[in-house]
Design a protein around this ligand. Structure first.
Ligand code: HEM
Length: 424
């Protein structure tokens, strides 16, 4: 059954609505808690990447905002885009609980607040990601009917996630007093960061963009050879840092080609395509894409500065731009398109022709997205100014901005969800 006005995606294999939505709803909570945390610990969070407050804020973003949205989206897209329904789909609810327990205990472990937190974090996060990655990779490798670049990209992004998680679990185990068996801790920390940000987050955004940018915004398709080059560099962004960390070679050099692709070439190519789009009517999710894509080269530039300059602000600035500026804006923008579509499909698609059904804009009026967009971009800019100046008022405003963005995102998810079909 062809569902929804514009996509042409066969969605009859889609999971129950509660599964992607339950993961999406973690994001506004994670964002708001990150805001409260920044307001509470202020300048400490931005003082150095070696203080626990910085690692805590980082994982509130990676495992409390971006990660859950991407996992929820994969539960939706693997059956719909790859035509591969996941086995044991109800396991997703257990994955959700284990992920939340794991995140809370990881934050307590990084804060050094509870001696047992390291092993609880390792066990619960380990179970959560095995519970997700096993059925998801089985579906993507064994059941996928579509052999597109996006499907291959999703497979690589999941390999990057598995690698990031394995290194993270080893690091949290070592911080809890266990043995670090991989080699040099700092080399593997850099591998964890580069594979997590540019392989998992960057790889999935790139793979999805190949599919959704031409479909959502009616742009020309990406240049023919693009996906092949892209897939090769995403794969290199996983393998080379692991080899470099294993043999003690400079991991940042090994990660550089992928940072260049994901942070510079792909964003600039996508911006060029968006400017050639046939659908001239602007919906505000487009501005999220433009903002996120524009933050890509800034992220890559600060990554280079962080690698070669001693200024402690650059690693923090890279993290902030990557998580809230680049990936955060794109993830936020995608939610404002995906959620109204999912609710339209599950609640109204079968009513078409039988009674009036709402449009996407009626499910999520543009003014809601406008508030989310303004708040997200203002907060990102405030954070950049706060990191560069260390000014406590700006840090406070950035914290308040994260809370406001969390609340705006919550309203962007709740508005379509609370919409009910008119009684006939
Ligand atoms: C099972 C999940 C994860 C665990 C257990 C974990 C654990 C850790 C640990 C222990 C550190 C080192 C903190 C230090 O010694 O300074 C760290 C740093 C970091 N992790 Fe993770 N991590 C996980 C997932 C992720 C993911 C998915 C991402 C990215 C998408 C990520 C991004 C980072 C970054 C950017 C840092 C550097 C933070 C800093 O230097 O302050 N982590 N992680």
């Amino acid at each position: 059954m062809n569902a929804g006005p514009a996509t042409g995606l066969s969605t009859d294999q889609a999971p129950p609505l509660a599964i992607p939505l339950s993961f999406f709803f973690v994001a506004p909570v994670g964002l708001s808690i990150a805001g409260v945390f920044l307001l509470s610990f202020g300048a400490l969070c931005f003082s150095s990447r070696f203080v626990p407050q910085a690692a805590i804020l980082t994982h509130l973003a990676t495992l409390g905002f971006i990660g859950p949205v991407m996992i929820g989206a994969l539960y939706q897209m693997i059956p719909v885009v790859a035509g591969a329904p996941l086995p044991w789909i109800r396991l997703a609810h257990t994955v959700h609980l284990a992920l939340l327990l794991g995140l809370i205990s990881l934050l307590l472990a990084l804060a050094g607040a509870w001696p047992a937190a390291h092993s609880v974090a390792a066990l619960s996060l380990g179970s959560a990601f095995v519970g997700f990655l096993a059925p998801a990779s089985w579906a993507l490798t064994r059941r996928a009917t579509a052999k597109t670049a996006s499907v291959r990209g999703m497979q690589l992004a999941m390999l990057a996630l598995a690698t990031t998680i394995a290194i993270g679990l080893q690091m949290v185990w070592a911080r809890g007093g266990g043995r670090f068996v991989l080699g040099d801790y700092n080399d593997w920390l850099i591998a964890h960061v580069s594979i997590g940000l540019f392989g998992w987050v960057g790889g999935l955004i790139t793979a999805i963009a190949w599919q959704v940018i031409p479909v959502f915004y009616l742009t020309p398709h990406y240049p023919k050879r693009w996906p092949t080059i892209g897939l090769a560099l995403i794969a290199a962004g996983i393998i080379l840092p692991v080899i470099a960390a294993t043999i003690g070679f400079e991991v940042r050099i090994a990660a550089a080609p992928t940072v260049l692709l994901i942070g510079v070439i792909k964003p600039l190519t996508t911006i060029a395509l968006l400017r050639k789009r046939r659908r001239k009517r602007v919906d505000r999710s487009l501005y999220f894409w433009y903002a996120g894509l524009a933050a890509g080269p800034l992220t890559a530039a600060t990554a280079a500065l962080a690698a070669f300059c001693d200024d402690p602000r650059f690693p923090i600035l890279m993290g902030w731009l990557a998580l809230f500026g680049w990936a955060g804006a794109i993830v936020h923008g995608m939610l404002t398109r995906i959620v109204p579509f999912l609710i339209w499909f599950h609640r109204y698609a079968h009513l078409v022709g039988r009674q009036p059904v709402p449009s996407m804009r009626q499910l999520l009026p543009p003014r809601y997205v406008g508030v989310g967009l303004f708040s997200h971009l203002a907060t990102t800019a405030l954070g950049v100014a706060a990191i560069l100046t260390g000014n406590s008022l700006l840090i406070g405003l950035a914290g308040a901005g994260l809370i406001a963005t969390g609340l705006a995102l919550a309203s962007e998810l709740l508005r379509p969800l609370l919409h009910r079909p008119a009684k006939t």
